[in-house]
Ligand binder design. Structure first.
Ligand SMILES: [Cu+2]
Length: 155
């Protein structure tokens, strides 16, 4: 009887403790496009902007961010250590797979389109007009270029 009492107290304490644990993870969130904070992206060629929504992407946690590319932008062939889910928000994101950027081997993904790249799949993309995509997955996530000379972090 005494043991049961102690157990129920322990259970109550564990339950009481739970909201504390939850408060360390992201709370329910709602974000409108005008609330996004756009910053430069050192891992992508000049001109791209990123807005982090949840993350960070380089840690073992769920991540979501948006990328904004100017017109006539090119992302050389690269790969990611974790799955990449892309949703096109606006514009047209031309995306293809292979070891080298080839604009004739891409599919034109209009707003509302989705692309899912498995880990280590070599892929590339380009734009003709300003384009915004949303990327989500579970980290740790990173961008690795097939041709190391393409990595702007090395320049
Ligand atoms: Cu990618």
């Amino acid at each position: 009887m005494k043991q049961q009492f102690i157990l129920s107290i322990m259970f109550a304490l564990i339950c009481l403790g739970m909201p504390v644990a939850w408060s360390q993870s992201p709370a329910h969130m709602m974000v409108t496009p005008d609330e996004l904070k756009w910053v430069d992206v050192p891992s992508l060629p000049d001109g791209a902007k990123a807005a982090m929504i949840e993350g960070p992407a380089n840690e073992a946690t769920a991540f979501t961010f948006r990328l904004k590319f100017p017109a006539n932008y090119r992302i050389p062939a690269h790969w990611h250590p974790a799955i990449e889910h892309v949703t096109v928000i606006s514009g047209i994101f031309n995306m293809g797979t292979g070891d080298e950027l080839d604009t004739s081997k891409t599919k034109a993904l209009s707003a509302g389109s989705v692309a899912i790249m498995q880990p280590k799949t070599h892929h590339f993309a380009w734009t003709k007009e300003e384009t915004i995509i949303q990327v989500h997955g579970v980290g740790p996530w990173a961008i690795n270029y097939v041709n190391l000379a393409d990595d702007p972090r090395r320049k």
